[in-house]
Every structure is written in structure tokens, then in C-alpha cells.
Ligand binder design. Structure first.
Ligand code: NAD
Length: 263
């Protein structure tokens, strides 16, 4: 069906002919976004670490290429962006977490979290934007977090990086508002991925709790739905933001958090 502006609504694969780089897409949310975009016909470039055989299985599954750049290293990001070439869709998703009181927070962890969660998206964005502007079409999606809108104790670097990426996204959206390129954040609550599993032991230690107490009384305590967000739900939202119908959605921070930030 065509609407008055000529969009074809929900008939064809909406992302055919689009080339998408999703950082941190060998696992968790990034992989779910890659799968969702591939299902809509996008050509996928994966990035992230992992076992070589598992990455080959993913590139086979998705008909994708993989670039294993370490996004902590700006020179590696520049090399990746040069190798990948012009993009239609950039998803800045790779991220890391560390849980510790601020006065005990390891300074190398602080630097790494800011570098991966905030500085890497700056580099990929600045390098992707010229080709998007030239084409007059582009989608930049940053996986932020409910922690871009609110805070939790013991996550100083993560909260700072995610509040930072939300501000960065708004600025990019405003700068590109008349170019056909949109920039938005997706802000999940707790999604059951290796990142969440990995922080359970540190949270147990920082708060003196059992594993079950961390899951039920810390993680899901935040989410009124009492359910973890599913990675494919985040994938579906990312696909929507890439559609023509989302051309006027820019500078937004989309919560997908079971109602967490409504409280
Ligand atoms: P994950 O640990 O499952 O995946 C992280 C991905 O990033 C992996 O592919 C990993 O290889 C890659 N990666 C890590 N360090 C890298 C580096 N230096 N260079 C390149 N790639 C690197 O994590 P996830 O839970 O899927 O998280 C993805 C994003 O979603 C992160 O930005 C995270 O902050 C955000 N997020 C997650 C949740 C959650 O509940 N899981 C909630 C809100 C936001």
C-alpha cells in the first residue's frame, strides 16, 4: 500500500540495498540488530570479538562480512571505516561495563569504558557522515541505555558514557537535520545478554548479594514489567528507525525498558 508521500508500507523488505555496519555485533543486542536488519534485506558488516569459527558461522548465516577492529583504538577504527567504505546505516552498539564504587573505580576501566562507549561512536560517526550526506540518506543509531536517562550506583563510567552518547546523538541529529540523515538512541533497560550475565558477580560483590538477589532485587527491580527485554525486540526497533517512515524521527532517545524510566 502506498501512502500519500509515496512510502511503500510494510510490503517489501524495507532495507534492501542498504549497507549497515553494526559495531559489537558478534554477540547480544548487536547480533540481534544485525539479524533483524538482514531479515529486512540489508547488507551487513559485523564487528566484534569472538571465536573465529563462531564468527565464520555468523558471516555465513547472515551473508555478512566481518571486521574485527578493536574500537578502543582510534587508528583501528579509521582502518575499519576505510575498509568498509560508504555506509547507509551505522549502528554504534559495542559497549562495556564495570561495576565498582567511585572511590575504588579502576582508572584504566574508566578510560576503556569512555573510549568504547563514547569515543568510538564519535570516530565512526565522523567518518561515516560525509558519504551519508553526499547520498542524502543515512541512519545513525546509538545503543545507549536506560542509564543514559537515569543512574545506578557503582556504574559511574557507564552512566557517564551513556549520558554522553545521548547528548552526542542529539547534536549529530541537529547538525544533520536537513541532510536526510537521522541520528537516534535506543535505550534498553536490562536485556539478557552476556554483558548482563558478566556484571552479576561484580554486583554480588559490590552489594553483598546472592546471584538470585542481584537478578530479582537489583536488575528486575528496576523494570516494572518484571521481564528482561529481549534482544530481538531491540532489533525490531532499530529496523523501524531505518525505515523511510522514520525519516522525521531524529534526535530521539527511544526507551525500551519495561517502564523503568517512566517511574
Ligand atoms: P555483549 O557483551 O553481549 O556484546 C558486546 C559486543 O561488543 C560483542 O560483540 C563484543 O565482541 C563487542 N566488543 C566488546 N569490546 C569491543 C571492542 N573493544 N571493540 C570492538 N568490539 C567490542 O553486550 P550487549 O549486552 O549486547 O550490549 C550491547 C550494547 O547495549 C552496549 O552498548 C551496552 O551498553 C548496551 N546495553 C545493554 C543492555 C543489556 O541489558 N544487555 C542494556 C542497555 C544497554
Amino acid at each position: 500500500m502506498k501512502c500519500s508521500r509515496g512510502y511503500v508500507l510494510s510490503q517489501s523488505k524495507g532495507l534492501e540495498g542498504k549497507r549497515a555496519l553494526i559495531t559489537g555485533s558478534t554477540s547480544g543486542i548487536g547480533l540481534a540488530i544485525a539479524r533483524a536488519m538482514r531479515a529486512e534485506g540489508a547488507e551487513i558488516v559485523l564487528n566484534g570479538f569472538g571465536d573465529a569459527d563462531e564468527i565464520t558461522a555468523l558471516t555465513d548465516e547472515l551473508g555478512a562480512t566481518h571486521n574485527g577492529a578493536n574500537l578502543l583504538d582510534p587508528a583501528a577504527i579509521e582502518a575499519m571505516m576505510a575498509e568498509v567504505g560508504p555506509l547507509d546505516i551505522l549502528v554504534n552498539n559495542a559497549g562495556m561495563q564495570h561495576v565498582a564504587p567511585v572511590d575504588e573505580f579502576p582508572t584504566d576501566k574508566w578510560d576503556a569504558i569512555i573510549a568504547l562507549n563514547l569515543t568510538a561512536p564519535f570516530h565512526t560517526t565522523r567518518l561515516a557522515v560525509p558519504a551519508m550526506k553526499e547520498k542524502g540518506w543515512g541512519r545513525i543509531i546509538n545503543t545507549a541505555s536506560a542509564h543514559s536517562l537515569t543512574a545506578s550506583p557503582f556504574k559511574s563510567a557507564y552512566n557517564a558514557s551513556k549520558h554522553g552518547i545521548a547528548g552526542f546523538t542529539k547534536t549529530v541529529a541537529l547538525e544533520l537535520a536537513q541532510t536526510g540523515v537521522t541520528a537516534n538512541c535506543i535505550s534498553p533497560g536490562y536485556v539478557w545478554t552476556p554483558l548482563i550475565e558478566g556484571q552479576i558477580p561484580d554486583t554480588m560483590e559490590a552489594r553483598g548479594l546472592s546471584r538470585d538477589e542481584v537478578i530479582n532485587d537489583v536488575l528486575l527491580a528496576k523494570q516494572p514489567t518484571k521481564k528482561f527485554v529481549q534482544p530481538d525486540e531491540v532489533g525490531a526497533l532499530a529496523v523501524f528507525l531505518c525505515r523511510e517512515e522514520a525519516g522525521n524521527v531524529t534526535g530521539a532517545n527511544w526507551s525500551i525498558d519495561g517502564g523503568w524510566t517512566a517511574e
